[in-house]
Design a protein around this ligand. Structure first.
Ligand code: ATP
Ligand code: MG
Length: 560
């Protein structure tokens, strides 16, 4: 179920345009991004961030950052901080509008009291088992709770008792009084408050009752003057409850909930619960592991905010769920890095080459451009000498057909340097493994001089052995073996790719990479795009992550 088509007309913009035309909300546009601080943000959240902050930008409106911190048992300060960092990194700013749903606990409580007073809420003593039985099913209506007809006075007293800690956790709840026979189960007297003695990261132990998301969310929206409350499709059936609360409480602001399809990407896990499992079971190196689809993982991997924003723009906004091909995300980062990345030579699996007719001890500095697409990115020089490294798989002792790289008697061009010809193969006497090549070079073939009189088909990257810097390079494969990401938890575990990271610890890279920084991206010629790992690199051993390879299957498919 992979869709490749971009949805161009944004139905949310159509709604907003219509609202502006009708003078709704005094022509204000105010959105919010409401993460629950129970994990790190992922690429799906990036879509929501780009959408909400993007609408505010495009309509000269505002967008709030609001932490939906109504469930203290799962929430942590670490997540609050990472979320702020990620939103900022993506290029968005909430100015002075960072809020917490917990800021409204007192107002939310007052709203609940107001509902009790207008006979729209009651305290219910059914236990969870009974609650389920009374709720009915999708095909059968529910039954009224025996506590539904409690008086206002009794409800007020009991609800106050809930707040002041008179009752045990889970012994009572506050419910909305709507309609137990409604075809929409969300309207069958939904729970508004539960008793839960849990320390909250902001309010400490002040509260032992906590509001449900469905109750807190519309009220928080209304209190902040949100006009368009954009959420994902699974909340569609909750919209009648959202509207019921806003109108029952006679809120001054009347935000409108609009649902859009959540982002799914092939081969990527896209649920905080599953991501947390990967982290907690040590299957990855934390939330920012470069294989993780989290914003912090993508950042560490070497993705740019521009590429992620471009991706979110291209996938568009739809009303039905679909899965985006991961090749499209990779296409976006390639496009961005092609123009930004400095070119460099790095040999991932080195094979030593001795150029026998090159003077011993001589080092030549060869000029080369940092990015052939961007002349203003300047030049650098790379050393060339008698001993160099090339990639092991750029040599074949018995070449297959059309192998234009190095083979005995065969000549190739060394990028930015000279032609070399393989004269002799040295092997380990014990294992028979090729450990060194003896080659000759032709001084008349120096790159850029135009003096070469013949052509060769292969061009290899290389590094000069004496000046090369040893580095570790990490190559990644997808975390999931299967394209389908909608797996159940148990299937999801079976699906984890055991070979999602390959560590090459004997790489040789050109000396300029000694000065690499994590915010600079590189194209290692013929090997892909790379970025210094901010966490694991040391002065002794730089570690480079492969952001993405060079082959663009997405662009190819678009042309076909
Ligand atoms: P998850 O299911 O991964 O735990 P969530 O929806 O519970 O995500 P929240 O922190 O509640 O995570 O999400 C904050 C906002 O981001 C919500 O408005 C939610 O709709 C949106 N969002 C979450 N996941 C996606 C996604 N895959 N695509 C688009 N928007 C998303
Ligand atoms: Mg959620």
């Amino acid at each position: 179920m992979t869709t490749n088509t971009t949805i161009s007309s944004n139905f949310i913009e159509n709604i907003i345009n219509e609202d502006l035309k009708n003078n709704k909300n005094n022509k204000r546009v105010h959105t919010r991004f409401p993460p629950e601080p129970n994990g790190y943000l992922h690429i799906g959240h990036a879509k929501s961030i780009c959408l909400n902050f993007g609408i505010a930008r495009d309509y000269n409106g505002l967008c709030n950052l609001r932490f939906d911190d109504t469930n203290p048992s799962k929430e942590e300060v670490e997540y609050v901080e990472s979320i702020q960092e990620d939103v900022k990194w993506l290029g968005f700013d909430w100015d002075d509008r960072m809020f917490y749903a917990s800021d409204y606990f007192e107002q939310l409580y007052e709203c609940a009291v107001q509902l009790i007073k207008s006979e729209k809420a009651y305290v219910c003593d059914l236990n969870p088992q009974e609650m389920r039985e009374y709720r009915g099913t999708l095909t059968e209506p529910g039954k009224n709770s025996p506590y539904r007809s409690r008086s206002i006075a009794e409800n007020l007293e009991l609800f106050d008792g809930m707040r002041t800690g008179k009752f045990a956790d889970g012994s009572r709840v506050l419910r909305a009084k709507i309609d137990m026979a409604s075809p929409n189960v969300n309207l069958r007297d939904p729970i508004l408050y539960r008793i839960m003695r849990a320390e909250h990261h902001r309010t400490g132990n002040t509260w032992c009752i906590y509001p449900m998301y469905d109750f807190a969310h519309p009220i928080s929206d209304a209190l902040e003057g949100i006009t368009h409350s954009i959420c994902t499709l699974e909340f569609e059936d909750h919209r009648p409850l959202y509207d019921w609360l806003i109108s029952s409480l006679e809120m001054e602001n009347r935000p409108q909930q609009i649902e859009f399809a959540r982002l799914n990407v092939t081969n990527l896990v896209m649920s905080k619960r599953k991501l947390r499992m990967l982290v907690e079971e040590g299957l990855v190196d934390g939330w920012d592991d470069p294989r993780m689809p989290t914003i912090s993982g993508l950042r560490r991997r070497g993705y740019t905010p521009e590429a992620i924003r471009d991706f979110c723009e291209r996938i568009g906004v739809a009303k039905s769920n679909s899965t985006v091909d991961i090749a499209m995300l990779e296409h976006c980062i390639r496009e961005d890095l092609n123009s930004k990345a400095l070119r460099a030579m790095a040999v991932l699996r080195p094979l030593k080459v001795v150029i026998t007719n090159y003077p011993e001890g001589q080092v030549e500095e060869l000029e080369t451009e940092n990015n052939p697409e961007q002349p203003d990115m300047g030049n650098r020089s790379i050393p060339f000498s008698r001993e160099i490294y090339i990639e092991q798989d750029d040599f074949m002792e018995i070449p297959i057909k059309k192998f234009f790289r190095l083979a005995p008697g065969q000549e190739v061009r060394l990028k930015n340097a000279y032609f070399i010809k393989c004269e002799e193969v040295i092997k380990d006497p014990e294992t028979g493994e090729v450990i060194e090549l003896r080659c000759t070079y032709d001084p008349e073939t120096k790159s850029g001089t135009g003096t070469a009189t013949r052509k060769v088909k292969g061009t290899l990257h290389w590094v000069s052995a004496a000046q090369a810097v040893k580095a570790e390079v990490r190559l990644f494969d997808y975390l999931l073996k299967e394209e389908d990401t909608e797996q159940e938890e148990k299937d999801f575990k079976n699906d984890i790719n055991p070979n999602s990271m390959e560590r090459l610890t004997d790489c040789m890279v050109e000396p300029s990479l000694l000065y690499a920084t994590p915010d600079q991206r590189y194209q290692f010629i013929r090997n892909g795009y790379f970025c210094l790992d901010a966490k694991d690199s040391t002065a002794e051993l730089p570690v480079f992550n492969r952001v993405v390879g060079l082959r663009d299957s997405w662009a190819k498919a678009q042309k076909a």
